[in-house]
Design a protein around this ligand. Structure first.
Ligand SMILES: [Zn+2]
Length: 335
C-alpha cells in the first residue's frame, strides 16, 4: 500500500479521543489509529498517547509530514498557547516538537476549527477563494481560509465565531460571558432552550420534555420534531437561526467570504438550517456584503479534522493542483 516516499499523517486531538490516519498519495487511507485522551491526566499523559499512536502509524511506512488539529490556541512553533477547556494542563505543551520527534517528520499544528475549515476549502478544489466555516457541535467553532491560507491571528485564535456576542446581556455562554451565539445555537444550547421553553407549549416535544429530567431534550430530538412541524421546535429553531444569522452577518462584513459552510454534528439533523441562515443572515449586514455569497452544507463529516490535518501537512510539498487532486480522491474514498 505505502508509497515509497511515505504518507501524510493527519492527527485530530480531541477531549475524548486522539485519532490519526495515514493518507497515501492516491488518496487512500492505509492505516488508522486511535487512543482515548487522558484529558484529566495532564499534558505528559496526552503526549505519551500521541507518541504511541504515531509509532503505530509509522510502523506502516515512512511519514512525509504530520498535520495536527488541537483544541485551544497554538503559536507558530506548535506550542499550545491558551487553555483548552477539554484537556487539563494543555497550555504550554510543546505539541509540535513532540509530534515531530515521534513521527520523524515535520509537524504542522493548528487550531482544530481552522483545520476543519481547511478541509472544507481543500475538498472544494478551488471553487471557493475565501471560505468561512462554522462548525456547530457541543460548541461553535470556525475558521476562515483565503487562497489556501488559514487566517490565524495571534496564536491561531482568529474566527472564534462561537463567542461573538449577538445578544448583550443574554444567555450565559460556557466561556462565562452572556449573549454569545454558542449559547443559542450549539447542540447542547438548542436542547437547553427547548427544555426551558417547554412549559409554555403543548406540542409533543414539549410534553416529552416535561416528562423527562431537566435538560432531557437534545438538539437531534428538536430537529426531528421540527420536521414534523412541532410548535416548540419551530420556536427554538427560529431562535437558533436568528442568533447564527447575526454572527454570520457580522462575519460577512469582516471577512467577505464567497462561501459560508455550516458543518458539525448539529447540521446532520438540521436539514433546512443552511437555507434558513442563507435567507436570514443578509438581514444583519449591509447589502453588498451578502451579495453572491454561497451558503453550503459541509462536504465532510466527522473526518474533516483528520483529513484537513493530513492535507494541511501535505500542502507543504504539493502544488495547489496536486493538493486539490489528493483532497478529491481522499473525499471519494472516505465516502
Ligand atoms: Zn462565549
Amino acid at each position: 500500500m505505502g508509497d515509497k516516499d511515505g504518507a501524510f499523517v493527519g492527527l485530530d486531538i480531541g477531549g475524548q479521543s486522539i485519532k490519526g490516519f495515514r493518507l497515501e498519495r492516491d488518496g487512500s487511507i492505509s492505516a488508522r489509529a486511535t487512543r482515548p485522551t487522558p484529558a484529566s491526566s495532564g499534558s505528559k499523559a496526552v503526549l505519551a498517547e500521541i507518541a504511541s499512536l504515531l509509532a503505530e502509524l509509522r510502523s506502516s511506512g515512512a511519514i512525509v509530514a504530520v498535520g495536527a488539529g488541537t483544541p485551544g490556541g497554538v503559536d507558530l512553533s506548535g506550542r499550545i498557547a491558551g487553555d483548552a477547556v477539554n484537556i487539563s494542563g494543555w497550555r504550554g505543551t510543546e505539541l509540535g516538537a513532540a509530534v515531530a520527534r515521534a513521527s520523524g517528520a515535520p509537524a504542522y499544528v493548528r487550531n482544530d476549527g481552522n483545520i476543519a475549515a481547511y478541509a472544507e476549502w481543500a475538498v472544494r478544489g478551488g471553487s471557493s477563494r475565501a471560505l468561512l466555516f462554522v462548525g456547530l457541535g457541543t460548541g461553535i467553532g470556525g475558521g476562515y481560509i483565503e487562497e489556501g491560507c488559514i487566517l490565524g491571528g495571534v496564536d491561531d485564535k482568529a474566527v472564534e465565531i462561537g463567542h461573538l456576542i449577538v445578544y448583550p446581556g443574554g444567555r450565559l455562554c460556557a466561556c462565562g460571558r452572556p449573549g454569545c451565539v454558542e449559547a443559542y445555537a450549539a447542540g447542547p444550547s438548542i436542547g437547553r432552550l427547548a427544555t426551558e421553553m417547554a412549559p409554555r407549549f403543548d406540542s409533543p416535544l414539549a410534553l416529552a420534555a416535561r416528562k423527562g429530567p431537566a435538560g432531557a431534550i437534545n438538539a437531534r430530538e428538536v430537529y426531528e420534531a421540527l420536521a414534523a412541524g412541532d410548535t416548540l421546535a419551530v420556536e427554538v429553531n427560529a431562535i437558533a437561526v436568528e442568533a447564527l444569522s447575526r454572527a454570520i452577518g457580522a462575519a460577512l462584513a469582516f471577512l467577505a467570504p464567497d462561501t459560508v459552510v455550516l458543518g458539525g454534528g448539529v447540521i446532520k439533523g438540521a436539514v433546512r438550517l443552511v437555507d434558513e441562515v442563507a435567507a436570514t443572515a443578509p438581514q444583519f449586514v449591509y447589502a453588498a456584503a451578502s451579495e453572491g455569497v454561497r451558503f453550503e452544507r459541509a462536504l465532510l463529516g466527522p473526518e474533516a479534522g483528520l483529513l484537513g490535518a493530513a492535507l494541511y501537512g501535505a500542502s507543504r510539498s504539493l502544488s495547489k493542483e496536486g493538493l486539490f487532486d489528493l483532497a478529491e480522491k481522499a473525499r471519494a474514498k472516505l465516502g
